[in-house]
Design a binder for this molecule. Sequence first.
Ligand code: ADP
Ligand code: MG
Length: 254
Amino acid sequence: VAKPDAILVADDVSKSFGGVRAVRVDHLEVQRGTITALIGPNGAGKSTFFNLVSGFDKPDSGTWSFDGTDISGAPAYRIARRGMVRTFQLTKALMRLTVLENVMLGATEQRGERMLAAPLRWVWKGQEDDVEEKARALVERFRLSHMAHEFAGICSGGQRKLLEMARAMMVDPAMIMLDEPMAGVNPALVQSLLGHIQRLRDEGTTIVLVEHDMDVIMSISDWIVVFAEGAVIAEGRPDDIRTNEKVIEAYLGK
Ligand code: ADP
Ligand code: MG
């Protein structure tokens, strides 16, 4: 039974790839306004679970609701419209757009329109001023103003992660899912990225993240869910997870 303040509630979600059960989650919920981390060994099913609940892949079974609405099996753009978004890595095409244009595209992406299918000025049909104003504010917020008119391709690893977050924030999501937000980020920038994530949470955005760095996880998470072989094997506050025998055996001990 879900707690009253759960924003995402998933039940019996499963997915196999060629006979391998990548995900078999009996129950997982995310409390509103928290930073919730999914951890577990490589191949434990964390990214697949992200893909399923955000509508980027179809499960074999399962139901899940967001903000009280059943969104099981809904396409990604519809889920995004309800306020649950995930970040995307920059593709080659996006690297040839400017940082500001990339952030502006967040508005389009989440509407389910094909990115780059039309010149930008046609896609927005008169909303471009609002979109641009909002994108500029986000570019500033994520400290990318000096890069606004540079090609996204020249961004450092850390700047890319900031750009991905800025783009996702274009739709004012209630929940944002970050898959390995620290990957490829210069250690000197990790604290600054963490600061951005914590600030989003403090302003009321729910954050779900997958991350490998245990120091990062322990320092910023309100709640930790541990995956192993597709299933949730433990969950709790950082201090409880740190000392949980099952977790140490399945993950930390390795
Ligand atoms: P994690 O993100 O925890 O490292 P994944 O969700 O990426 O784990 O993978 C879970 C399992 O599903 C792994 O065994 C992986 O090889 C498999 N898998 C994931 N995506 C696919 C796919 N598109 N096709 C085939 N197997 C996949
Ligand atoms: Mg993964």
